[in-house]
Design a protein around this ligand. Structure first.
Ligand code: AMP
Ligand code: ZN
Ligand code: FE
Ligand code: FE
Length: 278
């Protein structure tokens, strides 16, 4: 059995570049022993890959990366080992998807009122059924010639606090944690440093947070050891992954964080305890 896992991967069903089929093939070549597809606010990629699995494939762990709020700040909440058919979770995700669509339309309307020639149709076409996010809008803007680089979309128009930015519907961290627990899964804070969430770990642990993502491409050794200490102190699970989006030259490879497979056993035990308490 392979010793490493990767619990943070994206597909074209959210903002990744690899289709579910391509991701599965990349995972097969990466040599990881288990993996989780954690698309933003959707389980479509997870279900697609589950359908394609063959007997000798690495183990697929149910996963998702939920957009949540804590103290008015963005929190990415990873969930693992939940029941992927849990009705209240699916309803919530559906609702999210509809609201993201509406928000995408609002962003496009703002861009149009700023004089840019871009249509929501082109964004939808590009998203090809995926949950619509700003990366799709940025790509549509680039392809329609409104801007000369993908990044320009963010620093001029759709970055946080820029003129065409519209907030995304989010649930509170507490709500999201409860939703995940009700579905029998564990709730994990994604990349605590990227969203400046380290100072919120203690409060969230009191609200039921089960773990933190310690192994992550941008984390320094010092940050990793600091997070490991916090996990110890608050009795939190330790997880990790590459946050692979398939972008050439930008993303760490699948399995690059050398997350030990032993951590997965602890995650599973925690999920079992949660289910036992439901
Ligand atoms: P959304 O979930 O629709 O708000 O989109 C968030 C995604 O947009 C992030 O995961 C990034 O991929 C991308 N993004 C946000 N801000 C920037 C930025 N300043 N430059 C490039 N990409 C960004
Ligand atoms: Zn993403
Ligand atoms: Fe994230
Ligand atoms: Fe992610």
């Amino acid at each position: 059995m392979t010793r490493f896992i990767d619990l943070h991967l994206h597909t074209t069903c959210s903002d990744g570049i690899s289709t579910p089929k391509e991701l599965l093939s990349q995972v097969r070549h990466s040599g990881v022993g288990a993996f989780s597809v954690t698309d933003h606010d959707t389980l479509v990629g997870y279900h697609a890959i589950k359908e394609m699995l063959e007997p000798n494939d690495p183990e697929l762990i149910p996963g998702i990366e939920l957009s949540a709020l804590v103290a008015d700040k963005d929190l990415h909440l990873l969930a693992y080992c939940f029941d992927p058919l849990h009705e209240p979770l699916l309803e919530r995700i559906d609702d999210f998807q509809q609201k993201r669509n509406i928000r995408g339309q609002q962003i496009v309307e703002r861009l149009q009122s700023l004089g840019l020639k871009i249509s929501f149709d082109s964004v939808e076409k590009l998203a090809d059924g995926a949950v619509i996010g700003r990366p799709h809008i940025a790509r549509a803007m680039y392809e329609s010639g409104c801007i000369s680089s993908y990044e320009e979309a963010f620093y001029k128009y759709i970055g946080n606090d820029k003129p065409a930015y519209v907030h995304k519907a989010k649930i509170t961290a507490r709500e999201a944690i409860k939703l995940v627990h009700d579905a029998g899964g564990v709730a994990v804070m994604a990349h605590p440093y990227i969203l400046q969430m380290v100072s919120h770990i203690e409060d969230l642990a009191a609200d039921g947070l089960d773990g933190i993502e310690v192994y992550y491409p941008t984390h320094s050794n010092q940050e990793i050891s600091y997070l490991n200490n916090i996990a110890d102190r608050f009795n939190l699970l330790v997880t990790g992954g590459s946050d692979f989006h398939g972008r050439p030259g930008k993303d760490s490879a699948i399995g690059s964080q050398s997350v030990p497979i032993e951590l997965l056993e602890k995650i599973k035990v925690c999920a079992q305890t949660i289910r036992g308490n439901n």
